[in-house]
Design a binder for this molecule. Structure first.
Ligand code: NAI
Length: 327
């Protein structure tokens, strides 16, 4: 008997991240040679463009892509989904206040959380890439009471990869030599990329660079990399965001490498003083499809203050969406 396909739901499917992401999923970057059914959600005006993307997916003749379903109704598209990658979101437009952005995205993620609750498979895992990713994930989670909270993650893997790559370039080593990098907090400019627990070829990264470089170059460059890409490319990061989305979900479904960890934004459980009720990035390991926050890392005063600033922002965002009645 042939294997049952894994149903992978993806939103924002006609957008620029998905123009890379869908082909990576279908070609095996997510689940190797396991059969996959793609279930693609878009808003009604973008369905025609999505039909073009579907034609291209068909024309790749991916042997493990068994079926593609498209639509604009989240309940139907999420029906039976085992994996959901929520990429589609409302971008910030000129003149838009932060509260307008939270409110516009709140409507999207409220509806999608409810739809997942109603129609996804029991083993559903949800990863939010669309910004503001942490708070959108919190909204979806809060609107899906029957799905365990730990099945909702947000994406900070792109920041994690950016931090590893920047440190490798600085030290002129292969990026594969850099392990145990951590992004703490929110996927925003307040995030704290922490190299003090990272290793480079097994040596402590903190001993290989000086504090001035960390503070004046490393942290701001990682946090502002997205803006630098927009400035250079005239469009926001898409292929690297798709890569990070696939990598996060791949690792979550399998295992992280022995001795290393990855950054995942997950529901806080009080670890490192991050209060329950926000979705914050932590160093995480995954064993047999279950993630755990790495415990016992020591944070000095500098690191504590950086983490606290990002927690404060997450709490502010939470307060704003609570006032809007979204959670
Ligand atoms: P895009 O604008 O090219 O595509 C977004 C797509 O989402 C559009 O096709 C739009 O029609 C669709 N969409 C909007 N509302 C929807 C809804 N209710 N249901 C289904 N689809 C809907 O944007 P792009 O470049 O693909 O980025 C997507 C999101 O990812 C943005 O919010 C962006 O800020 C975020 N992002 C997050 C990163 C991260 O590291 N967490 C990195 C890069 C981007």
């Amino acid at each position: 008997m042939s294997e049952t396909p894994v149903k992978v739901a993806v939103t924002g499917a006609a957008g620029q991240i998905c123009y890379n992401l869908l082909f990576r999923i279908a070609s095996g970057s997510l689940l190797g040679d396991r059969p996959i059914e793609l279930r693609l959600l878009e808003i009604t005006p973008a369905l025609k463009a999505l039909e073009g993307v579907v034609m291209e997916l068909e024309d790749c003749a991916f042997p493990n892509l068994t079926n593609i379903v498209i639509g604009d109704d989240p309940k139907k598209v999420f029906d039976g989904a085992n994996v959901a990658m929520l990429v589609g979101a409302m971008p910030r437009k000129a003149g838009m206040e932060r509260s307008d952005l939270l409110s516009a995205n709140g409507a999207i993620f409220t509806a999608q959380g409810k739809a997942l609750n109603e129609s996804a498979a029991d083993d559903i895992r949800v990863l939010v890439t669309g910004n503001p990713a942490n708070t959108n994930a919190l909204i979806a989670m809060s609107n899906a009471p029957d799905i365990p909270n730990e099945r909702f993650n947000a994406l900070t893997r792109l920041d994690h990869n950016r931090a590893k790559a920047l440190l490798a370039r600085k030290l002129e080593v292969n990026v594969g030599d850099v392990t145990n990098m951590t992004i703490w907090g929110n996927h925003s400019s307040t995030q704290y990329p922490d190299l003090f627990h990272a290793k480079v070829g097994g040596r402590d990264a903190g001993l290989l660079v000086d504090q001035i470089w960390v503070e004046s170059t490393f942290i701001p460059k990682v946090a502002k990399r997205g803006a630098a890409i927009i400035e250079a490319r005239g469009a926001s990061s898409a292929a690297s965001a798709a890569n990070a989305t696939v990598e996060h979900m791949h690792d979550w479904l399998t295992n992280t490498p022995e001795g290393d960890w990855v950054s995942m934004a997950v529901p806080a459980d009080g670890s490192y003083g991050v209060p329950e009720g926000v979705i914050s990035s932590f160093p995480c390991i995954v064993r047999d499809g279950k993630y755990e926050i790495v415990q016992g890392l020591s944070l000095d005063g500098f690191s504590q203050a950086k983490l606290q600033a990002s927690i404060d922002e997450l709490l502010d965002e939470k307060q704003a969406v609570t006032e809007l009645g979204l959670i």
